[in-house]
Ligand binder design. Structure first.
Ligand SMILES: Cc1ncc(COP(=O)(O)O)c(C=O)c1O
Length: 470
């Protein structure tokens, strides 16, 4: 075996990583360089000959640093993006160094056992049925897909149809119902599964984007045959949590007459169940059939890791399993390949394991509680800025803001200008959206390190952007 010199390149990478991480709090949150600048800096012809790895890594780190967003900064509030913790980052480094194709337990018992133990810990932490099956996938998009594939399998099997063998041609129609503020990734999962995104029955929601139970009952009563109901634990703009126990009652009542599945997209909020304070908001979630969440959001693992959890192991297994004669015979141990839509795959549960072991339940709960508290503080402060308005009920960690034009002209244009000014300031980075047809600024507080000082600086930046600029 040829033994390369590992140390020079890894030492450069180690130093560059620490330089980045240890200077985060003094950095501008937004990148200094734009995409075109970055592209021009990188776009050289495909190299004919190589160069020493340490030089590649040093050049790479130096070149792209101006184009990096400080996404794990305490004042990064864009989309819904958690930071990364020391244990998670370090474990993820080892994932690359160990280079385990984590598909089967026989060739990689260590990585597979980590995945199995992490799955058990998650079920305990989130207080979901302990016999559920768990898949570690790239993100909530794929987690929604895996859960809905299991749902499709089960509701059709109960209607006498084997969708895995026979596909959808000639199958009984399956109706998907979701709140009108369902996340777009559920729509894409439904599309990939051949159930037709445009056929989703959109159930009206209340003012905080929560599915209305009375509206679900009405919509479901008009549906015949197999149905899949998609609830949500944290809406992308408002953080609104569907009344999950009431939705579960409605689904349970229907189960007696037709195959019905209850899925919860908990990409944003499900880790709230780790906290005794927040868990009551998610009460009833444990009665669902499947749950999607993201480790790279509120658990603050480095990208990427989504998690699919399914009560009905058989349906999950049937929808995802894969075997081939050139692979080891399946044994008693859990093989990751049986639960994911991937064959070869990285050991992405390693960072989840390390994060859970390093934080413990109390640490996970503390992050969730602190972020909600910081979101409340932010909302309170915004409420005191004349002309600024919090448009959502802050029930979780999302704050939706609109800023009125002091000239009394165009509030949408002013809100967008304020957003752009805050982003450009580099002090904080919220992202934007259109909510109920009106421009809004979204603050998503999902980072473990965000503290009161970050909130004070963010409020100053918002106030400046609103009153002093332009
Ligand atoms: C409710 C919800 N579901 C699904 C997703 C998709 O998550 P991912 O980007 O990890 O695929 C998001 C992303 O923000 C979300 O908010």
């Amino acid at each position: 075996m040829r033994v390369p010199e590992w140390r020079p390149a890894l030492t450069v990478a180690h130093d560059a990583a620490l330089d980045w991480l240890e200077s985060l709090d003094q950095r501008s949150v937004r990148p200094d360089a734009d995409y075109d600048t970055m592209y021009a800096a990188l776009a050289e012809p495909m190299p004919e000959n190589g160069m020493p790895p340490q030089q590649v890594i040093a050049d790479l780190a130096r070149t792209i640093e101006p184009g990096l967003m400080a996404m794990n900064h305490g004042r990064f509030f864009g989309w819904v993006i958690g930071g990364a913790t020391p244990a998670g980052v370090a474990a993820d480094w080892l994932v690359a160094a160990w280079d385990q194709n984590t598909a089967m337990s026989e060739p990689t018992p260590g990585a597979s056992a980590v995945e199995a133990v992490t799955a058990e810990w998650l079920l305990e932490l989130l207080d979901l049925p302990r016999t559920s099956s768990v898949a570690f996938v790239t993100g909530a998009q794929v987690a929604n897909l895996v859960c809905l594939a299991a749902a499709r399998d089960r509701v059709l099997a109960d209607a006498g149809w084997d969708v895995e063998a026979d596909g959808l041609l000639g199958a009984p129609p399956v109706t998907v119902l979701a709140g009108e503020y369902v996340h777009h990734t559920v729509g894409r999962a439904v599309r990939i599964l051949g159930l037709g995104e445009a056929r989703i029955v959109m159930v009206p929601a209340d003012s905080n984007a929560r599915m209305r139970p009375d509206a679900l009952a009405t919509a479901l009563s008009a549906v015949e045959g197999p149905a899949i109901v998609c609830g949500q634990g944290g809406e992308i703009a408002t953080g609104g949590i569907d009344p999950l126990a009431k939705l579960a009652d409605i689904v349970d009542a229907r189960r007696t007459t037709a195959p019905t599945w209850f899925h919860i997209d908990g990409a944003i909020g499900l880790f709230g169940r780790a906290s005794a304070v927040l868990a009551p908001k998610f009460s009833g979630a444990e009665r669902a059939d499947s749950w999607c969440t993201d480790a790279h959001k509120w658990l603050n693992t480095p990208y990427d890791c989504g998690i699919a959890i399914v009560r009905d192991r058989e349906a999950h297994h049937r929808a995802m399993t894969l075997h081939a004669s050139y692979l080891p015979e399946p044994g008693a141990a859990r093989d990751p390949i049986d639960w994911n839509p991937e064959m070869s795959r990285r050991a992405r549960a390693m960072a989840v394991y390390a994060t859970l072991r390093s934080l413990g339940r109390s640490g996970v709960a503390e992050i969730a509680e602190r972020d909600c508290e910081m979101a409340r503080l932010l909302a309170e402060g915004i409420g005191m800025i004349p002309g600024a308005e919090v448009c959502n009920e802050v029930e979780l960690n999302q704050v939706l803001v609109r800023v009125h034009d002091p000239a009394g002209q165009d509030d949408d244009a002013h809100t967008r200008a304020v957003l752009s000014r805050i982003q450009t300031s580099g002090v904080a980075y919220p992202s934007g959206t259109t909510f109920e047809g009106r421009a809004a600024i979204r603050f998503s507080v999902a980072n473990w390190s965000t503290d009161e000082a970050d909130i004070v600086e963010t409020l100053e930046a918002l106030s400046d952007a609103h009153t002093r600029w332009g």
